[in-house]
Each structure stands twice: as structure tokens, then as C-alpha cells.
Design a protein around this ligand. Sequence first.
Ligand code: MLC
Ligand code: AMP
Length: 513
Amino acid sequence: MNANLFALFESRFPADRTACCIETHDGLYYTWDDLDRATAKIANLLTALTLPAGARVAVQVEKSVEALCLYLATLRAGLVYLPLNTAYQEAEIDYFVGDAEPAVVVCSSANFGWVSKVAFKHNTHHVFTLDENRTGSLLQRAAMQPDQFTTVARQDDDLAAILYTSGTTGRSKGAMLTHRNLASNAQTLHEAWGWRSDDVLLHMLPIFHVHGLFVASHGALLAGAKMIWAPKLDMAQILKFIPRATVMMGVPTYYVRMVQEPRFDREVCANMRLFVSGSAPLLLETFDAFRERTGHTILERYGMSETVMLVSNPYDPAQGERIGGTVGLPLPGVSVRVMDGEGRACEPGVIGNVEVKGPNVFKGYWRMPEKTAQEFTADGWFRTGDVGRFGAEVAGRAVPDSYLTIVGRSKDLIISGGYNVYPKEIESFIDEMPGVAESAVIGVPHADFGEAVVAVVVRKPGAEIDEAGLIGTLKGRIANFKVPKRVHVVEELPRNTMGKVQKNVLREQYNTL
Ligand code: MLC
Ligand code: AMP
């Protein structure tokens, strides 16, 4: 059997391929036949480049149906997909391209000038453009290719995608995901969340991270269900399309904004079957407010780039209640344990490190065998870097011992609006700036983004540091969501007796924006 993930999707295409597969926010309709032909053409183009096995296709483009087709075509051609956040700037892209050495880079035509320079510098000779209005050299070249393609045979363990996740040391790591990782997780979620062929997914997430690219798109593709495709979070479009949708997924900021919208009520979401939240903690107050407003109980789940989805609140009430503040039960086939500092399993109610195992757990970090080895225990469990507990209680309510609650992170990580920001990376950019002696970057509570990035900066003797100037410089260098919303200039950073910066002290001191 062909383990290629695309072969699995193909096997689930509906019998009527003239049915609508994707409807866009601006009124275009793509049938399942269209999806088949478009992916075949791009797969033929990629194949014609005669790339070596395992070649990477790095993509930084705005969201479009054609961008999804490029992802699917890469799978279909047996190559490895490497999605990149559109907010990344030159220094960030330079690192990813240098590290991953992709054979092909696809970018927007607006960025072609600098992206192609970066690509050529790293010996990537195939650079195509793709824009959200269905133009660019990729589609021009693909248009000349045949519209049939036999999906390339892949083994379970072959790479399907590499997802870069920032590292605690400041260097991003490429998480290598195999066809089996993605296929097993998609099938598990298909069952667990009761996907149906008559579902309609309102797809409003970006497609360069796990949540939008895998969890949401794979769900609809595997069910042979239709998607309504919108470029980004937009309340007007939610109000327009949700009456026809049955499933929607979002990071917590999506739900915060929905409950703030007075017109978002029971009536507009009467047709909905399932709202899923993940990528960051959903506040209990948002969970409660959403239920009160709409009558729907958000299903919160927990996962990460290295593992796809791990734990989910139940879909089916017969399997249990959705409990706000918890992330639910380990998904079928996924094992989760909470361990103390000595490598012993914690009793229910006791907080410890979350470790996981299963067919969904990645193959390792790209070209970082030591880092990979460090992140796995001797008995083969992956250390998530998240801290949690089974059971106990949330907001005074008893939680069954089978339910996991994420209470924090052992990794120094900020999650802002569902995007990960590693303080170390931002600190290294700030520390290079003139007048800066050192810095500490922390996350503070933020009503919209959950957490916001704040920098505490020590100036060199006699130097002046201007908050707006520092923020302005950073905006030109790193992705906008990583830029601190505030900069506090101080004389020195609080340190413990070991000389380590006490970020908890800073978080208390600067806990509002
Ligand atoms: C935008 N801005 C942010 C931000 N997003 N600041 C902090 N954190 C964020 N996440 C800033 C911009 O820099 C800009 O500032 C201003 O907000 C307006 O930008 P925008 O693009 O118009 O914002 P908006 O469209 O409102 O975007 C917010 C958002 C977006 C929440 C819709 O961030 C988003 O789509 N997040 C989803 C992330 C996601 O898909 N995560 C899944 C990861 S997978 P300025 O100053 O420049 O004007 C994963 C695994 C798992 O974690 O379990 O799923
Ligand atoms: P990423 O590296 O972008 O894949 O982010 C994964 C991280 O997001 C996890 O390790 C968690 O810290 C966090 N995360 C994902 N889902 C949840 C959730 N439902 N609750 C709390 N944290 C979450």
C-alpha cells in the first residue's frame, strides 16, 4: 500500500468529483476534480525538475487555494513540504533556507527580489512565485504540464514535511514529520471529532503552521467535506459564512474576538456542529462566555508541531464532558504521562512534565541528532516542555483523573495570538543593538493575544535607549508578532544566587502593558 498521505486523501475523495471542495471568501468554487488536476499539474512540474529523493520545497506565500494545492502537490510528488510564516523577514528566511537547503523556494512576487538572492546564496536554483490572486511563475509553468499524475509511492517513515519551531537556545529547529505521523493523526481526529462528508469547514487559519495546514485542512480532506476558505481572521466574514458552516477551528484569540462581537449569537451559529480551540490556553472566561452566547461548548485540544495533536476534550458526550480549562483525554493511540523531576510518574493531581509517545510523534529535528536525543527520554518518550497534571480541579470543580490540564511550560516560551515566540531569539537581536548591555524578554497577560511580548533592557553606562526607536528597529528585522509591545529600560536585571535572571520577578513587576 502507498503510505503517501496524498494517496490517503485521494482514496477519500467523494464519488461525485464535480462537487464543491473549496469555496473562497471571494466567490470562487473549486471542485474535487479541480483539486486533482491542479495538484497533478504542480506535481508534474516539480517532478520535471528531477530533484533528489527527500528534496525540500520551502514556501512563503499568502494563503490561497493554490497554496494549498502546492502543499498537496509536494506530497503527491513525494517531496518534503516546508511552510514558512509570511511574517518572517530576511534574516529569518536566510536561516531557514541555509539550514534546510531546499531544492525549491516559492515566494510572493513582491518578495522575489530578496528571497531569490537568499535562495541563490544557499544554492537553491529553483525559485518560483505564487500570489494570492492565482498569478506567479509557479502556476504559469504548471499550466503547461499534464493534468494527470500518479501519486509517488512513499513509505510510512519517509518525510512529508519539516516545520520549524523556534528553539529555547534561540536557534530554530526543523521538526521532521513523516507520512505516518500525519496520516495517523488525521485518521485519529477524523474518528474522534466525528467528521462527516456533509460537514462544511470554515477555514480561517493561516496555512503555514500545524493548526491550519494539518489539523483543519486534513480534517476536511479526509472527510471529503467542503471548506469555505478565508484568508485571515475577519469577523465580518465569520458572520457571513458561519450560518452555512458546521465546523470551525481557531486559536483562543479567535474566540475572544467572537464573544466581543455583539452580532455573533445563537442564531448565526445554529448550523454549527463543532468549534475547536488550540495552540494556546483558552481562558475559562472565554469558554464560559462563548457557551453562554452561542449555546456551543468549545472543544479544546492540545498539540504541537513535533507531535501534531495529542490530547482532546471529547466530541461525543457519551465519552465525557468538555471541561473548560482542561485539554481533555489522550487521543486514541497516543500515550501521555506526567513525570516528576526524578523520572517517576506523578500521581493524579500532582504537577509534572508532560511526556508523550505514539505514531504521531515526529522523527527528530532536522540535522540535529544531539538535540533530538536530548528531547527524548531513555525509554523513548518525547519531552513536550509543557507542564501539566491529570485530574484535580479547575475553578473549584473536580476534574476526572483521565483529563489533562496544561498549567505552564518548562521551556522559556511566549505564545502570542497562537504564535510561538522564544525570548532567547528576541534577546539576541536586542543585545546586538547599540547602547544595550543586556535584555530579558518576557510574556505578560494580554486580553486579545493571551500573552504579549515585553522586553526589559539594561543600557550601557552613559547610553540612551529610546523605546520607540528600539521597537522600530526590531520591526525591520523580525516577524511583527515577535516584536515587543513595550520596552522597559532598567539599570539592572534581578538575578538569583546562581546569577540567572529571575524572569518571574520581571513578570510580576511588568505584568501589564
Ligand atoms: C498580529 N499581531 C500580533 C499577532 N498577530 N502581535 C502579537 N501576536 C500575534 N499573534 C500584530 C501585528 O504585528 C500588527 O502590529 C497588528 O497586530 C495587526 O496585525 P494583523 O496581522 O492585522 O493582526 P490580526 O489579523 O488581528 O492577527 C491576529 C491573529 C493572528 C490572532 C488573527 O496572529 C493569527 O492568525 N494567529 C494564528 C496563529 C496560528 O495559526 N497558530 C497555530 C500554530 S500551530 P503592528 O504593530 O505591526 O501594526 C501550534 C500547534 C497547535 O501552535 O497546537 O496547534
Ligand atoms: P508549536 O511549537 O507552535 O507547535 O506550539 C506548541 C505549544 O503550544 C505546546 O507545546 C503548548 O505549549 C502550546 N499549546 C498548544 N495547544 C495548547 C492548549 N490547548 N493549551 C495550552 N497550550 C497549548
